[in-house]
Every structure is written in structure tokens, then in C-alpha cells.
Ligand binder design. Structure first.
Ligand SMILES: [Zn+2]
Length: 83
């Protein structure tokens, strides 16, 4: 995990900082999509299931969003995480 750089802004990502895994690289917390974006893009293909590399369905994206809100999150929270 050394010398990790954000795919979008090219800034180095500190070890232990939240990241968002994209299919072609890693995004920093500032460049990661927000949960609101998850449900605003209902025509799909912007969000990909990283396990299957298939575009997530609207239902899958809404389920992720709902789970985040149910856990006390906000719509404009970054989807970057420590995992
Ligand atoms: Zn970035």
C-alpha cells in the first residue's frame, strides 16, 4: 500500500486514510463518490460491483444507500472507507 495515489486528483493517499476502490485504481476520500450519487445515477454503469465487475443495478445501489442511511450516515458522506 506504499505510494498509493488517487486515480482522479493524483494526490498521494496517506496510509490508513479512507479510500474508494474503483475498477481502474483507487480514489481518495475527496474524489470518491458520495452516497447521494449512488442513487442519483439511476441509468447505471457508473457504479460497478467490484466482486463481479458488473454494473450495479438500481436496486443494489438503493440497498447500499439505504443501509448507509439506516446506519446513521448522511447522503453527502463520501463512499471512501478504511476497508
Ligand atoms: Zn483524489
Amino acid at each position: 500500500m506504499h505510494d498509493l495515489h488517487c486515480l482522479a486528483c493524483a494526490q498521494p493517499i496517506a496510509a490508513g486514510a479512507p479510500t474508494y476502490p474503483d475498477v481502474s485504481g483507487t480514489l481518495c476520500q475527496e474524489c470518491a463518490p458520495t452516497f447521494a450519487m449512488l442513487i442519483s445515477d439511476d441509468d447505471g454503469c457508473a457504479f460497478v460491483d467490484l466482486d463481479t465487475e458488473e454494473p450495479m443495478s438500481a436496486g443494489e445501489r438503493h440497498a447500499l444507500y439505504d443501509a448507509h442511511i439506516a446506519a446513521g450516515g448522511k447522503p453527502d458522506d463520501s463512499m471512501a472507507s478504511l476497508d
